[in-house]
Ligand binder design. Structure first.
Ligand SMILES: [Zn+2]
Ligand SMILES: [Zn+2]
Length: 232
């Protein structure tokens, strides 16, 4: 995804502010040193002054850059929000307001259509590239016509965050403790705590695939686990 122009502006502005503030501190220090320089303080005051000048120059440079970030505007076809990018996006982007994916092909937004969920009636967006569509409101799958004209069901792209929960395990399974230690990067004592407070969340906010892979692995070691969407 191309860099958002607003993010770049923020980065440069933050640098300008940080360097500017530090530069001023050094300038004040240099001034104080100069006033009380005595025999040997003069050289130090000059060094501090040079550092201050360098920082202030860097601040000015960053400030100029923050003003010069060129912006490519893209209006979200779904919510209408203006999205700014450094340059024209060549791949899909996420709308900063509605967080939906805006499909980009050949530098242009793919045409979007709407379809109502037949479970809850919520209107959902999709494009020619949508392979499977989950209702934004109820999470159920919506049947859309595939490229061949045939309706297709396929829920493979589940973007929800998942958690892996240990529900039960066979007592005295040292293999399980070892596997948990290795996979979770925790020590034996932490694993014992996890095992004595069932059900316990082993992983959270991970992609569905990751949760399911670990679930299948650990279930061979006599553990019962559940991979489920966070909060669902
Ligand atoms: Zn939007
Ligand atoms: Zn629905």
């Amino acid at each position: 995804m191309p860099q958002r122009s607003s993010d770049l502006v923020e980065t440069y502005a933050a640098r300008a502010l940080g360097a500017g503030a530090l530069g001023l501190v050094f300038a004040v220090l240099a001034g104080v040193m100069w006033s009380y320089r005595g025999d040997s303080g003069g050289a130090l005051a000059i060094v501090l002054g040079v550092i201050a000048l360098g920082l202030l120059a860097y601040a000015a440079f960053s400030f100029v850059k923050s003003r010069g970030v060129s912006s490519f505007k893209l209006d979200c076809p779904m919510c209408g929000a203006a999205n700014g990018f450094e340059e024209a996006p060549t791949s899909d982007v996420i709308c900063r307001q509605c967080h939906r994916t805006i499909p980009i092909q050949d530098g242009r937004i793919l045409p979007l259509r709407q379809i109502s969920c037949n479970a809850c009636g919520e209107s959902n967006w999709y494009s020619d590239r949508t392979k499977s569509l989950l209702c934004e409101a109820c999470g159920r799958e919506i049947l859309i016509a595939g490229p061949s004209g045939a309706a297709q069901y396929a829920v493979h792209d589940d973007a929800r965050p998942y958690e892996l929960v240990l529900v039960a395990f066979e007592q005295g399974s040292d293999d399980l403790v070892e596997a948990l230690q290795e996979r979770l990067g925790t020590n034996r004592a932490q694993i014992r705590t996890l095992l004595t407070n069932l059900p316990s969340v082993l992983l959270t906010n991970v992609p569905r695939q990751k949760a399911e892979i670990l679930r299948d692995e650990l279930s061979h070691l006599g553990a019962a686990l559940e991979a489920r969407p966070v909060g669902g």
